[in-house]
Ligand binder design. Structure first.
Ligand code: NAD
Length: 457
């Protein structure tokens, strides 16, 4: 391994967002010395002063622990990070461009930085979700910078896609279903095995493959999960139309081991920083390579339609129109246990209801600051509240958009008392129609036959 000592690997993370921070803290907790870098000075200052920029259960304790042990530091000085690290993880965002393709400008920036500053052998690890062929292009960009410097330095590029789920990131870091190492270099593979060797204790399986296959595995996995969600949402619509109960359908489907019950919960459509952008990027990659994916294109359309169907449910309940109706929205983040609102169904549903003249009262345990930023154009017509009860006060309808635990056992009689109207839209199916109707509400979930007012036995 030459100058590379497998027992004192120093890790550099470029891009200290959800993925970079989780990996940085997790690897520091494993005992590595880690430097997390970012161009966002505010984020880096906050982290250096002990403030986490994201909400993620359990992360605070790990953060305090590794800070106390001085195993991690935060910096905007990417040059020093590159020079001092042996293994450099690229964890920057890969947001969608207007045409749906992945915007790789941050990845290229980092590749150029690495090429400008490396002075000894490095393993460059691409953790960002990227199209097929990106590892090869990262290599070319680093090489080009080295040539411009007139330097010959050995390095390897590895694809190591991330599968963590926000809200469960800590568990997923220590207990991933698998670790994918996409590498053409035996030396880099050995180093990656060492970096993730603590996971062996948890019997985590490793998949060794080429960078290209690793890149496809990530998109294929996310697209498949998105497909399951879109599929069960379509079954929910069918159940609403013909009078079935989608909860039973999904439960019974999930009992088939070939199908599994995961990701078979109907709802307002998938959101988040990954599924929407990754399905669009995969559709773009397939199209550009002459093998258009009819499945993925349909999943994307189906998911957009699902969000709009939720708006239609509310509109149908108020045939005289939504003008000046107060709608209480519970849950803004794209799923519980995270403050992330990127592509959250709430960011589609709220503006659509506002367009119809509704007034929105909204609450989320963690997602309000991010929602305020995302919906700042609508600021004057959204009232952000302190809790679920304040949100429901005087509302004509309540809409559960995210299934935070604290919405699962609300005092329904209190809510019925303080609300002006009587519509209860449970877009996550966390209540049974019976228990809600018992309180005098009209209940509407996703995938059970709707009972029209006047049609309740
Ligand atoms: P994020 O937006 O939370 O963080 C990205 C960070 O990179 C930001 O802090 C940004 O300031 C920084 N950055 C941008 N350009 C930089 C540069 N040139 N140098 C240094 N820092 C730079 O993104 P994220 O959610 O952590 O996602 C990162 C990647 O991981 C994406 O490709 C995403 O698809 C993938 N991913 C995300 C998740 C998830 O749940 N968030 C899960 C799996 C994979």
């Amino acid at each position: 391994m030459g100058e590379f000592n497998l027992n004192s690997i120093r890790i550099g993370i470029i891009g200290t967002g959800y993925v970079g921070l989780m990996n940085g803290l997790g690897l520091a907790d494993f005992g590595f010395n880690v430097t997390c870098g970012d161009v966002d000075g505010c984020k880096i200052n906050g982290l250096s002063e002990g403030r986490l920029p994201i909400y993620e259960p359990g992360l605070g304790e790990v953060f305090e622990r590794v800070l106390g042990l001085e195993r991690i530091r935060f910096t905007c000085d990417i040059e020093t990070l590159v020079k001092e690290s042996h293994v450099i993880f690229i964890c920057v965002g890969t947001p969608p461009k207007k045409d749906g393709s992945a915007d790789l400008k941050y990845v290229w920036e980092v590749a150029r930085d690495i090429g400008k500053y490396i002075d000894s052998y490095k393993v460059v690890v691409d953790k960002s979700t990227v199209p097929v062929g990106t590892a090869r292009k990262v290599r070319e960009k680093i090489q080009k910078e080295l040539e411009a410097r007139g330097m010959k330095i050995d390095f390897d590029v590895v694809s190591n896609p991330e599968f963590l789920r926000e809200g469960k990131a800590l568990h997923d870091f220590t207990h991933p279903d698998r670790v994918i190492i996409g590498s053409d270099s035996q030396k880099a593979t050995e180093i990656m095995k060492k970096v993730f060797s603590p996971l062996k204790l948890n019997e985590v399986p490793f998949v060794f493959t080429t960078p290209e296959t690793a890149e496809i595995i990530k998109y294929a996995s996310n697209a498949f999960l998105a497909t399951k969600i879109a599929f069960i949402n379509e079954m929910a619509t069918l159940c609403e139309t013909v009078g079935g109960d989608v909860k039973k359908v999904s439960k019974a489907m999930g009992m088939d081991g070939r199908i599994s019950d995961k990701f078979l919960h109907p709802g307002p459509g998938y959101g988040g920083s990954c599924f929407p952008k990754d399905t669009r990027a995969l559709a773009d990659i397939a199209r550009n390579n002459g093998s258009e994916s009819l499945v993925i294109s349909s999943v994307i359309k189906s998911n957009e339609r699902q969000k709009m169907r939720m708006v239609e449910k509310v509109k149908r309940a108020f045939p005289e129109g939504l003008e000046s109706r107060k709608i209480a929205v519970l849950g803004l983040s794209f799923k519980p246990e995270t403050d992330d609102v990127r592509e959250s169904p709430s960011l589609v549903i709220i503006p659509e209801l506002l367009k119809c003249g509704a007034l929105i009262k909204a609450y989320d345990p963690k997602g309000i600051p991010q929602t305020k930023l995302a919906l700042q154009n609508f600021e004057s017509r959204i009232t952000y509240c302190e809790d679920e009860y304040e949100t429901c006060k005087d509302a004509d309808a309540v809409l559960i958009v995210t299934d935070w635990n604290q919405f699962r056992s609300m005092d329904l009689s209190k809510i019925r008392e303080i609300m002006k109207g009587d519509w209860f839209f449970d877009l996550r199916n966390i209540y049974t129609p019976e228990e809600v109707e018992k309180m005098g509400f009209y209940y509407e979930g996703v995938g059970t036959r709707r009972k029209e007012p006047g049609n309740i036995e």
